[in-house]
Ligand binder design. Structure first.
Ligand SMILES: CC(C)(COP(=O)(O)OP(=O)(O)OC[C@H]1O[C@@H](n2cnc3c(N)ncnc32)[C@H](O)[C@@H]1OP(=O)(O)O)[C@@H](O)C(=O)NCCC(=O)NCCS
Length: 381
């Protein structure tokens, strides 16, 4: 007789409530996303990424003095440890997310609080990781392009400093604000796969770097953060010089082959992803400014087609692709950039998990061979 003590799970844990959290509110039917009660549209219009970090970590907006303190802490943590930079240069060329995963792990070895799992130490590590992952990704972009690293500029904001460390040029206020908004939009999203991975790891009371490494590895997948790079590859394959009808042909053919179109569909939203609303506009404005409206136009055609054929909405990854492209960011860095932002949410969730922890250890619905099977000795099989 086979014994199954657990109930049948919903595939992919759809709609399963796995924890209580005070960080992110999502209403998939109304298209609402709010961090600690603050609507994402208000934050995207008025806040800075640094304010959002404070909000996620403290559950309230900072005073001017508190924001200044946090900015100073982030600036102080921007330079990367020299051995981590050396390791970066030694890694074989390849997927930037693989490098980010390895280098995030390496950061743990050189953290001043490496052996301290207390709340104050973990908060300091959350701040440091947020600053360092930004420096890591910008520097990775340079090293992968055969260029030397650029030292951080302490007078620049988090968003502007990232673009500066990547390109070596002080970004325009339009580019800085666009990137700042992109960081705000990606900062947290409740129990998305990478955040859940981080919480499961943290719930064993392992260290914060280990939890973040789990999150980075999870974000890499094409069903999660990897989709933004896949969107841009799709657009580039169609080609800037092709007529817009070609975009429709290519997507129709994919749908006919039952392939998924990157950047569409969402487990939680049954309506427009509120982040896509901002990114669509940013893609249009930045594409026009860059003299390359084609990527936005092509994206619009694809969006209309997928909506009419499959009733699927664009998600956060669809228009972030053409937005990042217009900012001059290489495709290989698109998913790492997701981590530059989401590190704020990951660390907020890890801190929340530590603060009220119980090991996360669910059950499986057993569907294997009938129990008991008779053990047959090796010689008799
Ligand atoms: C996000 C995603 C993983 C959600 O997955 P999910 O909730 O498990 O939904 P499913 O994969 O079960 O999809 C349900 C149906 O919609 C279809 N579908 C979902 N996303 C699709 C897409 N992007 N393109 C085409 N069809 C899609 C599925 O083929 C399936 O159709 P079926 O019922 O006829 O088999 C999924 O929509 C997807 O793979 N999107 C593309 C990758 C992406 O953009 N990821 C970033 C998410 S923010």
């Amino acid at each position: 007789m086979t014994t199954t003590t657990a109930a049948k799970p919903k595939a992919g844990l759809e709609d399963t409530v796995a924890t209580s959290s005070a960080i992110c509110y999502l209403d998939g039917d109304r298209g609402v996303l709010a961090y600690c009660g603050y609507d994402i549209h208000d934050l995207a219009r008025h806040a800075t990424f640094e304010e959002v970090c404070f909000l996620l970590w403290h559950r309230r907006l900072p005073t001017r003095a508190e924001l200044g303190d946090l900015q100073s802490q982030l600036v102080a943590a921007r330079p990367l440890p020299e051995p981590v930079l050396r390791l970066m240069r030694q890694l074989p060329p390849g997927n930037a997310m693989d490098a980010l995963r390895t280098l995030t792990s390496a950061l743990g070895h050189y953290d001043a609080d490496a052996n301290d799992n207390s709340q104050p130490a973990n908060y300091r590590k959350a701040v440091r990781l947020t600053a360092q992952i930004s420096s890591l990704v910008a520097t990775l972009g340079r090293v992968n392009a055969g260029q030397g690293p650029i030292a951080p500029d302490p007078v620049l904001s988090h968003a502007a400093n990232f673009l500066y460390m990547l390109t070596g040029e002080r970004p325009s206020s339009l580019a800085t604000r666009a990137f700042d908004v992109a960081l705000i939009l990606h900062a947290d999203h409740e129990l998305n796969a990478s955040t859940f991975a981080a919480r499961v790891a943290a719930a064993t009371l392992t260290d914060i770097h280990s939890a973040i490494v789990a999150a980075v590895g999870t974000l890499k997948g094409p069903l999660h953060g990897g989709a933004n790079a896949d969107v841009m590859r799709l657009l580039l394959d169609i080609g800037a010089d092709a007529p817009l009808e070609k975009a429709e042909e290519v997507v129709r053919a994919k749908l006919a082959r039952k392939e998924k179109i990157p950047g569409f569909g969402h487990r939680v939203y049954h309506t427009e992803d509120p982040r896509a609303t901002h990114l669509r506009q940013m893609s249009r404005d930045l594409g026009q400014r860059a003299g390359q409206p084609i990527w936005y136009e092509m994206s619009q055609r694809i969006e209309a087609l997928v909506k009419s054929e499959k009733k699927l909405n664009a998600n956060v990854d669809f228009y972030s692709a053409s937005t990042y492209h217009a900012l001059g960011i290489p495709v290989d860095l698109f998913t790492p950039i997701f981590a530059v932002s989401r590190i704020s949410g990951w660390t907020a969730h890890v801190l929340e998990q530590y603060a009220n922890n119980r090991l996360i250890r669910p059950r499986a619905d057993y569907i294997g061979p009938e129990y008991p099977q008779r053990y047959v000795p090796l010689d008799a099989r």
